[in-house]
Ligand binder design. Sequence first.
Ligand code: ZN
Ligand code: ZN
Length: 244
Amino acid sequence: MLDDFSKIELWLLGTFSFIIRYFLIAGVLFYIFYMWKKKEMLKFKIQQSTPKFNQIKKEILYSISTFLIYGVGIFLFLFWIDNGYTKQYKSIDEFGVLYFVFSILIMIVTHDAYFYWTHRLMHYSKLFQYAHKTHHLFNSPTPWASFAFHPLEAIISIGIIPIIIFVIPFHHWALVIFVTFLMVYNTFIHLGYFTTNLKFFRFQNTSKDHDLHHNGLKGNYGLYFTVWDRLMGTYKHNIPISKN
Ligand SMILES: [Zn+2]
Ligand SMILES: [Zn+2]
């Protein structure tokens, strides 16, 4: 498969596959919450500040730089997959539909642990200054901030993919669904709005939890769940910034 494309084409294709999904997901959420339903949603806004054009421009530009790095990652991962170095299996029938679904859940749970610990490491070390400070330029993030990372953080964040493809038997569609879900969820926690209707289960990491983190709170390092934060005593939810 890789022979049909040049290296540059593969890099650009990988990059665009992220950029398209990013603009679709963040664009739809931004349009609904910040434009179309802005007045109705105002009471659910977590922080009352209105995002400035300059902030959104920075969020988008940093996110695009992240996707250029992810494009390199995609190229590398396709090379490994194409050469049989990974745990990929070709037909869903080999492990069955149940495992297909289960493998996506394993990816999510593994990623949550990876995200928590790398995120916490970045906060508790010099890495904050070099890698994570960029993401914290945005105290009151919008959906466009979801991938606004320093290049070093972009590399750290994509480190979950080799862990998955070298350890967990996976079908390529399971990986695509996982990455798309990751993008949707990561955008969702940067929404800037919260209502209890957006909380579906107790241990869910919500937009409010992550907004508190952006707003200077020491804690709430998780991505999908609050389990690691609760286990490690870093879960903070006691600042009443949203009334609903
Ligand atoms: Zn952080
Ligand atoms: Zn964030």
